[in-house]
Design a protein around this ligand. Structure first.
Ligand SMILES: Cc1ncc(COP(=O)(O)O)c(C=O)c1O
Length: 475
């Protein structure tokens, strides 16, 4: 038996990571099970059942699943909260399906997650983009303003709007102002709040879009709550949305074998944090603020506290380490934290590292982070970083859905200038597409790609072979 276990690649790789005792400043929010109480932990596989008659049915809930979702509806203060077992991705697809209906068009902020872009491709929508810029002060992407949304609605007449708030960097936009203008124009506002499932549970956190007038809000519980991967909520917050249509869409999009483990944890997280979230988040936010004040006066690696352009609030639990003053790139800092302090960040970009702190974090995580910052009190690196230029949204020559149905060829990135993109090119983080299928590839986009790759950044949609970069374009 031992021998058999030795051969199992996944089990060994992940258990080795677990044994390394790394401070996990990344998702999922339960942090290696630290946030899951023993009673649940011991029952996890016993509760993995299926929809036999006694066990209710996610898409026709009449028994305990209906009770659990009703309880969450009350906790979140929504009209209806649906449990998602295929991540926010499923909720985004269902919300767009119902909101856009036969209209086949959508207004979306350019910083939407690829789940939104994928729906645009699958449904053949025409996308109208709300551009997002780059904030030179915080060195993070900026957010859409109320005026930006109004402009695109008035220009296009499109009534379905989807925005992301908070973004990956924890910055929250003026959802209330945006919702007000969308509704004046008889539109529907969907907010992808994938990174803000915890907002409901404490006044120390930003206001959730649920309370700011959005019609539908989607949250990845697994990112910040004690829930395993794929657990998420779709909240219906206004009477403009037909509940039965959402249920039908979810039953088509999601698996027909929903995980009871995920559903049990979705209920647990909401009930538990409704009871003690205030105390837990107040403590977490206070601890982070103390660390912030200490290191921002003593150390060269700062925790960013400023708001980016058009942000109205920032989530304190999304820790943004600004390495610039210490002379590092975010990528270098990430490696340093991993190799010297056994601390794994959620993501790094050229300018910062993004860390996700949750109420499941053992106390030694923050001690490890504090030590790492204090040890790096003096400048060590020699990088002099300047903020990147803002790139305009490229010209759309074909709809994304049309582009992916063409024949493609793979060519060197330099030779792709002027061609039409076949595949999306997305730097991670922040996961904002630089180029979407159907868009014309520009010289500026290619030089931007090089500036990221040369510093060790990752870009989805590119292939590196022998030091050259290749990309897929329409033939
Ligand atoms: C802003 C945003 N929206 C949606 C998603 C998709 O969420 P999920 O992984 O829960 O499907 C992500 C995932 O990273 C995200 O960052």
């Amino acid at each position: 038996m031992d021998n058999l276990f030795d051969q199992l690649h996944i089990l060994n790789a992940v258990l080795e990571y677990d044994r390394s005792n790394t401070a996990r400043y990344h998702m999922p929010g339960h942090k290696g099970g630290s946030g899951i109480p023993l009673h649940l932990w011991n029952s996890l596989l016993k509760i993995d059942v299926t929809e036999i008659p006694d066990m209710d049915n996610l898409y026709h809930p009449r028994g305990f699943l209906a009770d659990a979702m009703n309880e969450c509806t009350k906790i979140f203060g929504t009209i209806n909260t649906f449990f998602l077992v295929n991540g926010s991705t499923a909720g985004i697809h269902a919300a767009l399906e119902v909101a856009a209906g036969d209209q086949k068009e959508v207004i979306m902020s350019r910083d939407c997650h690829k789940a939104v872009y994928n729906k645009v491709i699958m449904a053949g929508y025409t996308p109208y983009y709300i551009p997002v810029g780059f904030d030179q002060n915080t060195l993070t992407p900026s957010l859409p303003s109320v005026g930006d949304v109004m402009k695109v609605m008035d220009r296009t007449g499109c009534k379905t709007v989807i925005i992301t708030s908070p973004n990956y960097h924890g910055m929250v936009c003026d959802v209330q102002g945006i919702a007000c203008e969308v509704h004046k124009r008889d539109g529907i506002l969907i907010v992808d709040e994938a990174h803000g499932a915890h907002f409901t549970f404490s006044d120390a956190l930003p206001e959730t879009a649920i309370r700011c007038g959005a019609d539908m809000v989607i949250q990845s519980a697994h990112k910040t709550l004690p829930v395993i991967n794929q657990g998420a909520y779709l909240h219906i917050c206004s009477r403009r949305i037909a509940l039965e249509q959402i249920n039908v869409a979810l039953s088509m999009i999601q698996t027909s074998s929903p995980s009871y483990i995920i559903m049990a944890l979705l209920e647990y997280a909401a009930v538990h944090l409704h009871e003690c979230g205030d105390i837990l988040y107040n403590k977490l936010c206070e601890d982070i603020k103390k660390l912030q004040d200490g290191c921002n006066s003593e150390c060269d690696i700062h925790i960013k506290t400023d708001l980016c352009k058009n942000a109205v609030e920032k989530d304190v639990t999304r820790i943004l380490l600004d390495a610039r003053r210490a002379g590092y790139t975010g990528f270098e800092l990430e490696k340093r934290l991993r190799s010297q302090y056994n601390l794994a960040v959620e993501a790094a970009d050229l300018y910062s590292c993004i860390l996700i702190a949750t109420v499941s974090d053992p106390s030694w995580y923050l001690e490890t982070l504090s030590k790492a910052l204090k040890d790096n009190a003096n400048p060590v690196g020699n990088k002099r970083l300047v903020g990147c230029k803002e790139l305009p949204v490229p010209e759309m020559v074909l709809l994304p859905a049309e582009a992916v149905r063409q024949d493609k060829k793979t060519i060197e990135a330099e030779k792709a200038i002027g061609c039409i993109a076949y595949k999306a090119v997305i730097p991670y983080p922040p996961g904002i597409p630089l180029i979407v299928p159907g868009e014309k590839i520009t010289t500026e986009a290619i030089s931007y790609i090089h500036s990221i790759v040369d510093e060790g950044g990752f870009i989805e949609g590119l292939e590196g072979v022998n030091g050259n970069l290749y990309m897929d374009v329409v033939k």
